[in-house]
Design a protein around this ligand. Structure first.
Ligand SMILES: CC(C)(COP(=O)(O)OP(=O)(O)OC[C@H]1O[C@@H](n2cnc3c(N)ncnc32)[C@H](O)[C@@H]1OP(=O)(O)O)[C@@H](O)C(=O)NCCC(=O)NCCS
Length: 224
């Protein structure tokens, strides 16, 4: 990903309100959620009351929690403090406040994803993308570390994909650190292909790190 102000592959735009987002059903990992169906679903470990009396073995099976249900909306400047709080946790070289302010000022597509966690509305993720002539460039896609591995990254990427399709754009482009295995596996799994490399593109501990440039065709994906 690359913050605004970077010459190569700059991005800008913003879109719609209040869409709910439910990550695709995911067997992996515990689902955390707040309200829906919440109280009766017991947290990991020994359940209370009647269930507590049943033989531990029978209870060994992890109790799957209901899928996360989140709400997406367009990012605004009032979100930036909360976004930055996640950004500095998620990256060794985080975007600055200025990067986010410049992105919003320039009209980038930027959205935040909120979840209800035990009655609290929490910011769980966000993305920033810029429409070009016939492409959408994904600048930043981030899930709060506490909520990673639960399908939110995939759900945010699907949201970016549909944004590009709605705009009739032909492709989705991004840069990713060569060492970012988690993101690389998400993008590959999603259908992105590596189309190039940018040597020394990113700051890195003790020097620079290359970027892998990846592309996903949009219309072919959406046409069906
Ligand atoms: C990369 C990131 C956005 C993925 O979001 P996430 O919510 O953790 O990922 P999901 O739960 O949606 O998982 C989707 C896929 O990502 C990959 N993935 C997720 N967690 C992974 C892990 N711990 N190890 C390897 N691959 C992983 C897998 O391919 C996974 O698919 P699978 O669950 O079918 O194996 C998130 O981890 C993140 O914000 N990381 C820090 C910031 C960052 O690196 N952003 C991208 C910069 S290019």
């Amino acid at each position: 990903m690359s913050p605004p102000g970077r010459p190569k592959g700059e991005y800008r735009s913003a879109e719609h309100e209040g869409s709910s987002i439910t990550p695709p059903g995911r067997p992996k990992g515990e689902y955390r959620s707040a309200e829906h169906e919440g109280p009766s679903i017991t947290p990991p470990g020994r359940p209370k009351g009647l269930l507590g009396a049943i033989r531990p073995a029978a209870l060994a099976q992890p109790v799957p929690r209901p899928p996360l249900r989140g709400t997406r909306r367009v990012m605004n400047t009032r979100d930036i403090d909360a976004v930055l709080a996640i950004e500095v946790q998620a990256y060794s070289f985080p975007w600055s406040r200025g990067n986010f302010i410049d992105s919003l000022a320039a009209g980038y597509s930027a959205e935040v994803l909120h979840l209800l966690d035990h009655g609290q509305v929490v910011l769980a993720g966000y993305f920033v993308a810029m429409p070009g002539v016939d492409e959408l460039h994904l600048l930043n896609i981030t899930v709060a570390p506490d909520w990673q591995g639960q399908g939110l990254g995939l759900a945010l990427l699907q949201a970016v994909q549909s944004l590009g399709q709605q705009r009739g754009l032909a492709q989705l482009l991004l840069e990713v650190r060569a060492s970012n295995q988690r993101a690389l596996s998400l993008y590959r799994q999603f259908g992105f292909a590596a189309i190039g490399q940018r040597p020394g593109y990113y700051p890195a501990a003790g020097g620079r790190e290359d970027a892998i440039v990846m592309r996903l065709g949009l219309q072919a994906h959406g046409a069906a």
